[in-house]
Design a protein around this ligand. Structure first.
Ligand SMILES: [Zn+2]
Ligand SMILES: [Zn+2]
Length: 350
């Protein structure tokens, strides 16, 4: 064991504050990592405040981790000291179920071990995330950061990136497809970049007409103002895929109308009941599919990092001093960040 430091919430109602705690010494298959950067995801806020009812305190968020290997266990084969690596949303899984065998650890039938606020599978300790100077993770759950990528702006690829890349890949988005992206936050702006890089014709759906210019700067070919009934009507039957990154309840029915027959509406931002209800006729009458998708497996997380390096895709970030983390949460809730805060972990040591 060794002493680490990070920012944690002690309860659902207390702000994040510095905390010293113990990290384990590397086990045989572990990689110890000095954390250089960590992205700030909306899940971090939900969990710190126990908005999903599954928080365990003290809760140290952070699952968009980029850093440098400082030590390896005796059986580690993939990484060496000094390698630049990443850790995303998961740090372990059962590794034997059908999902794990298919490189889909995020759907592990026994439940994956998340990067924070989940019991470690070996010693039962509460996992602590990346708002920290270091982390120790089994090498299977570590990915390599391609040399070409800027380290800080690569961090959000580990959650926001893989979450949007995986479903586009799974449903086979290809050149010429018409893809609509719902919402342009951390997830949505990555969705635009990926769909564009896959050759699709990309349309952003947004409530705010003021976002049109920015959406085009991100690569969108078209913008539809979702509150404009005329524009929504004009798009009827048009899209092959909709990537829905909206994290709050919203009416899916007007969007389903914009799908062609066999079109797929993919939810990645919502994990609550759909309300108002979906009119089943909108699915049945046109064989449309309403789907969901959660992050991506470890092999695919490596794939998206390599894809980003190949296509020069990074996340647009605002660098954050960790001492401002609570203000950053407030700004994120107000939608006031373009598009991801990334903590510069050097600020933890000053
Ligand atoms: Zn996340
Ligand atoms: Zn499993």
């Amino acid at each position: 064991m060794y002493t680490a430091i990070g920012y944690a919430a002690q309860s659902a109602t207390t702000p994040l504050a510095p905390m010293k705690f113990q990290r384990r010494s590397p086990r045989a298959d572990d990689v110890a990592i000095e954390i250089l950067y960590c992205g700030v995801c909306h899940s971090d806020i939900h969990q710190a405040r126990n908005e999903w009812g599954i928080a365990v305190y003290p809760l140290m968020p952070g699952h968009e981790i980029v850093g440098k290997v400082t030590a390896i266990g005796a059986n580690v084969t993939q990484y060496r000291i000094g390698d630049l690596v990443g850790v995303g949303c998961m740090v372990d899984s059962c590794r034997s179920c059908d999902a794990c065998q298919a490189d889909l650890e995020q759907y592990c039938l026994a439940g994956p071990t998340m990067t924070y606020a989940t019991p470690d599978r070996v010693d039962g300790s509460n996992t602590m995330g990346g708002y920290s100077d270091s982390i120790v993770v089994s090498e299977h759950f570590v990915v390599r950061i391609p040399q070409k990528l800027d380290l800080a702006s690569a961090a959000p690829i580990l959650c926001a990136g893989i979450t949007t890349y995986s479903p586009l890949k799974h449903y086979g988005v290809k050149a010429g497809d018409k893809v609509g992206i719902l919402g342009m936050g951390g997830l949505g702006h990555m969705g635009i970049k990926f769909a564009k890089a896959m050759g699709a014709e990309v349309t952003l759906f947004t409530r705010s007409p003021s976002k049109a210019e920015e959406a085009r700067r991100q690569g969108a070919d078209h913008v539809i103002v979702s509150t404009d009934a005329e524009q929504m009507k004009a798009a009827a039957g048009h899209f092959d895929f909709l990537l829905d990154t909206i994290p709050v309840q919203h009416d899916l029915n007007p969007y389903l109308d914009t799908l062609r027959f066999d079109g797929v509406h993919i939810l990645v931002g919502l994990i609550e009941p759909v309300d108002p209800p979906v009119h089943a006729g909108k699915l049945v009458m046109s064989r449309r599919v309403l789907a969901g998708s959660l992050i991506g497996g470890i092999a695919e997380t490596q794939e998206v990092l390599d894809f980003c390096a190949e296509h020069n895709i990074t996340c647009d970030i605002e660098m954050l001093d960790i001492r401002q983390i609570n203000e950053a949460f407030t700004r994120m809730i107000a939608g006031d960040v373009k598009y991801r805060f990334v903590i510069d972990m050097a600020t933890l040591k000053v």
